[in-house]
Write a protein that binds this ligand. Structure first.
Ligand code: COA
Length: 158
């Protein structure tokens, strides 16, 4: 039922509070609310989206988000997360699919992202889209000194 009431929509300033709450629940190094506002108001390369669901009270609730940077012909998946209470409902899959389709339509030739070496859930998601590991950024994450895997999807097809 929750899946049926999901929608993907462009992120707006009014969503930032809920987006930030998901970020804090999802990452050891969350972005600030201010950085989300920057993405919305000042970063012309940024394409931020939210997934929304209708809760028991009939209110719309942000349950996931993705921020993608489109630069020249590349899509950089900057962040993606689903609220912990709404995971394994295809929300991230839908957000990523939406971003990749939009990017391909804008002319992106490839998509890439960094992911923690230990983050097997996210890697499984990306692999299911055809992303492959194309590099390692050693000790990329400042909190744990963990490596980032660079994953790439190329070519991007619509
Ligand atoms: C990774 C994350 C975004 C996945 O969100 P989600 O909405 O639960 O993912 P989906 O339901 O769309 O899953 C799609 C597929 O990804 C894979 N996947 C997702 N979570 C997984 C898990 N915990 N273990 C293994 N595979 C997983 C599966 O292949 C899944 O398909 P399936 O459910 O049919 O098996 C979510 O776990 C999250 O927010 N994690 C914390 C933030 C994070 O790590 N973001 C990525 C940073 S690089």
């Amino acid at each position: 039922m929750m899946e049926a009431s999901q929608v993907v929509d462009i992120m707006e300033l009014q969503d930032v509070e809920q987006v930030y709450a998901i970020d804090v629940l999802s990452f050891s190094l969350p972005w600030s609310e201010r950085s989300y506002r920057f993405e919305l108001t000042e970063n012309d390369n940024s394409h931020p989206w939210v997934a929304e669901a209708v809760n028991a009270q009939g209110e719309r609730q942000v349950v996931g988000m993705i921020v993608v940077w489109f630069i020249i012909d590349e899509l950089h998946i900057a962040t993606i997360a689903t609220h912990p209470a709404f995971r394994r409902l295809n929300i991230a899959r839908r957000l990523l699919a939406n971003a990749l389709v939009e990017g391909a339509a804008l002319g992106a030739e490839k998509a890439f992202l960094e992911v923690r070496r230990n983050n097997l859930a996210a890697q499984a998601l990306y692999q299911s889209f055809g992303f492959v590991v194309t590099g390692v950024r050693p000790r990329y994450y400042l909190d744990t000194q963990e490596d980032a895997l660079l994953m790439t999807l190329e070519p991007l097809k619509n």
